[in-house]
Design a protein around this ligand. Structure first.
Ligand code: SAH
Length: 347
């Protein structure tokens, strides 16, 4: 079966041409799918015979909202989506002043192995398709009735480990006949996979790159982030400087504050040293407690922020949303997996 929604408009046009259809059909089908059509029957401006042919040869992905959690504190909504093959992924809808933002997953699980992260505990199951990434935005918007204006690729998975798909997704979600979300409204977060950063730099996309730094020295970073053994800090910062040179876009560095591990003043000083020559922004994140992890949230966040600022850096402390619904990605999926193992019926 052909996964139609993963195709670009041009690919759809070519496919429909090969079925003997005029050129404008590609745009019609693309528009229907990107408005969330769930069957070919709905596509009322297509001839019946074509609808039947598409029905026989193509599939339309439709994720099922297996669970939903709504934060009473701030309206954050968390979705557990069940995909066609039974795998589950998470998306989180956050209601910021600057617009409704959806945080989406790029893989089922993750193979990066960061020691503090819930998404990677059971490893990677598979990559998502472009359609499965797009569906998270589309169906979150349809289910919630809230218009999505911003996307962050910060859910389950490492986007650079599935970069071809991510680039295709960006093309789809950015398309004027589709959701039409501008690159400047999209952030992509990586644990520091250098070849991916280099590829993005060469493309010069106007999205915001976030780098999950979490430690500015190899000894600490290699302990908590195995990716650092392949791509050490010196090389990572060289790639970041190059990215800024090529795109002119400021990079945001994510930094989860871990008690006694990465919250020392000397580490703030080292971040400043490494960022010299580039307008970086450091986003300090209160560590989310993950049951399986030995790490505890730092109590030095304010002091660390001051130390960074004393070097002239901009550092913010991320406002934590959805604290009452385990909103950090990976935790709801893990919970559902544990319960399935115990044989409990999911609601
Ligand atoms: N793989 C990508 C994107 C997914 S993780 C990346 O590593 O950037 C999204 C962000 O959440 C990353 O910055 C990640 O390091 C952070 N994160 C993971 N577990 C966390 C936890 N327990 N507390 C705080 N932040 C966490």
């Amino acid at each position: 079966m052909i996964d139609l929604k993963s195709m670009s408009q041009q690919e759809m046009t070519d496919l429909l041409r090969s079925m003997g259809q005029p050129a404008f059909r590609g745009r019609q089908v693309f528009t229907w799918l990107h408005r969330g059509a769930q069957s070919f029957e709905e596509m009322s401006n297509l001839p019946k015979s074509l609808r039947e042919q598409l029905q026989a040869e193509c599939l339309i992905s439709v994720p099922k909202a297996a669970r939903k959690q709504l934060s009473r504190q701030d309206g954050t909504m968390k979705y557990l989506w069940e995909l066609a093959d039974g795998n589950c992924i998470e998306s989180v809808l956050m209601r910021y002043h600057h617009g409704n933002t959806v945080c989406i997953s790029s893989q089922v699980g993750c193979r990066m192995g960061c020691a503090f992260c819930a998404s990677t505990i059971a490893g990677k199951v598979r990559d998502l398709t472009p359609a499965e990434m797009l569906d998270q935005v589309l169906f979150t918007q349809m289910d919630s009735g809230l218009e999505i204006s911003n996307i962050v690729l910060m859910g389950i998975g490492e986007p650079m480990d599935n970069l071809n798909t991510v680039l295709k997704f960006l093309e789809l979600v950015n398309h004027p006949d589709g959701m039409n979300i501008g690159m400047r409204h999209i952030s992509l977060s990586t644990c520091g996979v250098i070849p991916g950063i280099e590829r993005l730099a060469a493309l010069g996309l106007q999205l915001t790159l976030s780098v999950s730094l979490h430690a500015p020295d190899d000894e600490t970073r290699s302990k908590i982030m195995p990716v650092n053994r392949a791509y050490p800090v010196d090389e990572l910062f060289a790639a970041c400087h190059n990215y800024f040179q090529k795109t002119g876009r400021r990079i945001s560095f994510e930094y989860a504050m871990i008690d006694g591990v990465n919250d020392h003043d000397w580490q703030a000083d080292l971040i400043a040293k490494r960022l010299k020559g580039m307008p970086g922004h450091v986003n300090l994140i209160p560590l989310n407690d993950v049951v399986e992890s030995p790490f505890k949230p730092s109590k030095r966040t304010a002091a660390f922020q001051k130390r960074l600022e004393s070097h002239g850096l901009t550092a913010t402390v991320r406002r934590s949303l959805g604290g009452d619904i385990d909103a950090s990605c990976g935790q709801l999926r893990r919970k559902a997996m544990e319960e399935a193992k115990k044989g409990e019926v999911s609601q």
